[in-house]
Design a binder for this molecule. Structure first.
Ligand code: GLU
Length: 474
């Protein structure tokens, strides 16, 4: 069997983090099995679907590195890949299902349906449609259609139980009577999700459907439709929900939920993907950071977890930091520069200076934006406002060292940088001649030259701090 997996977003918003995870799973599964990864746009909700959203989702998928083999702009012989361009196909299938007795026209108006619902609720019964229109005879139906009565096409739900084996959830079964006769085609001629999804998965020869757990109950309706059209069902994997710290389904109130926001904040796509991959799937060797693009057959459906996956921004940031640190010097510079492109103190420096800056701070930041504060640390002439700093500045040793260091630093040209050897010479002098050592020496020198009580490696920091800044501090 050739593996064909699809990602089927509705273009009613930007690509959601959960959608990106589903797409990633589908992509990796296709790759692991020499299969095809297909993008299908489910845009039959004409009011909410927007071409701009479709484009933004495609852009985000590409940014994530999830390149599809077939899609609206990449024909693979199973197109069109936009549901809005396949409406005739759905109509034909709906018609065939009516002919074969699996579906029927329903002319009931809103009012009747509402009344039915209210009655069912009052009697504590399931609000299923009462099959009123199933009883219409052929001539009545023809007459109503001729008179242009609005109608929907309803599926005639078989009186039997359904079950299937899910790759994540195991055996899933539903009792009879779970759903009433549901709509396949709306009165405006547009198909419902469950209907067109099945027709397309069938016609596009989809072998595996990987999607979120929230679709599990749709699967029941979809199994019925597969059976009615006489098609083989694909295999299913319903992945666990993404939840926030409050264990509720991940939503905007938990923070950024769309890929585009992470893109704007300059996250590394690979870090995001590696993190998302592990939300519901685990590496056979329990690794957390790995070359996920080349997992090969290591990516299988057995390693999915059933329990909800906690979406934790701090962990994502940690992943980003790790990925950032693995970049080569030039890549790291390009990456961090994204956030410093408007900073004069950065853009006016040499490439060598910039590289030193990046290497000094790469372990201290997780995202390029955090480098802005680090740059500020180098060029700020304001003394740190803390009790510790005030105390250090009052030590006798600090006061003594200040006059020595002032003298030395003021001998330097304004735009010179302190060399590590020079600092060593000064420290040796302070140790030998002034008998200052230990904390008073190191804390004091740092406080005087950097204006901070703490910070990264002193020599590396001073090697990129222009001496006119140190002069101002002194
Ligand atoms: N359009 C559906 C969604 O975005 C697709 C669900 C499915 O994968 O079947 O949720």
């Amino acid at each position: 069997m050739s593996v064909r997996v699809r990602f089927a977003p509705s273009p009613t918003g930007h690509l959601h983090i959960g959608g990106a995870r589903t797409a990633l799973y589908s992509y990796l599964f296709a790759k692991a099995n020499n299969g095809k990864f297909i993008l299908r746009i489910e845009d039959t909700d004409q009011e909410r679907s927007k071409r701009d959203f479709e484009q933004s989702q495609i852009d985000d998928l590409k940014w994530c590195g999830l390149n599809y083999d077939e899609g609206p702009d990449k024909d693979g012989g199973y197109g069109p890949y936009r549901q809005s361009e396949r409406l005739d196909t759905y109509k034909k299938y709906a018609h065939d299902l009516i002919e074969s007795g699996h579906a029927y026209y329903c002319f009931c108006d809103e009012k009747r349906l509402e009344d039915l619902k209210t009655k069912a609720e009052a009697n504590n019964e399931a609000p299923h449609y009462d099959r009123h229109c199933l009883k219409l005879d052929k001539s009545e139906i023809e007459l109503k259609i001729k008179r242009e009565f609005p109608f929907v096409v309803r599926f005639k739900v078989p009186e039997k139980t359904y079950s299937f084996n899910d790759h994540v959830r195991g055996d899933v079964a539903w009792p009879q009577d779970m759903v009433g006769d549901f709509i396949l085609l709306r009165s405006n001629g547009l198909p419902t999700y469950n209907f067109c999804c099945v027709i397309d998965d069938h016609l596009m020869k989809i072998s595996h459907v990987i999607r979120a757990e929230e679709h599990l109950n749709n699967t029941l309706r979809q199994l019925m439709i597969y059976e009615a059209i006489g098609a083989k069902t694909p295999e299913f994997a319903h992945c666990s929900l993404l939840v926030g710290k409050d264990r509720q389904k991940l939503s905007k109130r938990h923070g950024a939920t769309s890929v585009s926001l992470y893109r704007q904040q300059n996250y590394l796509p690979d870090a995001l993907m590696n993190y998302l991959l592990l939300l519901g799937w685990s590496h056979p060797e329990e690794k957390d950071i790995f070359d996920f693009k080349n997992l090969g057959t290591l990516f299988d459906l057995k390693r999915f977890s059933k329990s909800p996956a906690l979406y934790d921004l701090e962990k994502l940031n940690y992943f980003n930091g790790q990925y950032m640190r693995s970049l080569g010097d030039d890549e790291l510079l390009d990456y961090i520069s994204i956030s410093l492109k408007d900073e004069d103190n950065f853009i006016s420096r040499t490439k060598d200076w910039k590289k030193k800056f990046c290497s000094l701070f790469k372990d201290k930041i997780q995202l390029p934006d955090e480098a802005i504060d680090k740059l500020e640390l180098i060029f700020s002439t304001e003394q740190e406002d803390s009790e510790e700093m005030k105390e250090i500045m009052l030590w006798d040793t600090t006061i003594i060292m200040k006059s020595y260091l002032r003298e030395k630093v003021f001998e330097m040209k304004d735009n010179d940088y302190l060399k590590p050897e020079t600092i060593d010479t000064w420290l040796n002098h302070l140790k030998k001649e002034l008998k200052i050592k230990g904390k008073p020496l190191f804390k004091g020198v740092r406080a005087l030259l950097t204006g901070r009580s703490d910070g990264p490696d002193l020599k590396e920091l001073l090697a990129i701090t222009p001496s006119y800044i140190i002069k101002k501090r002194l």
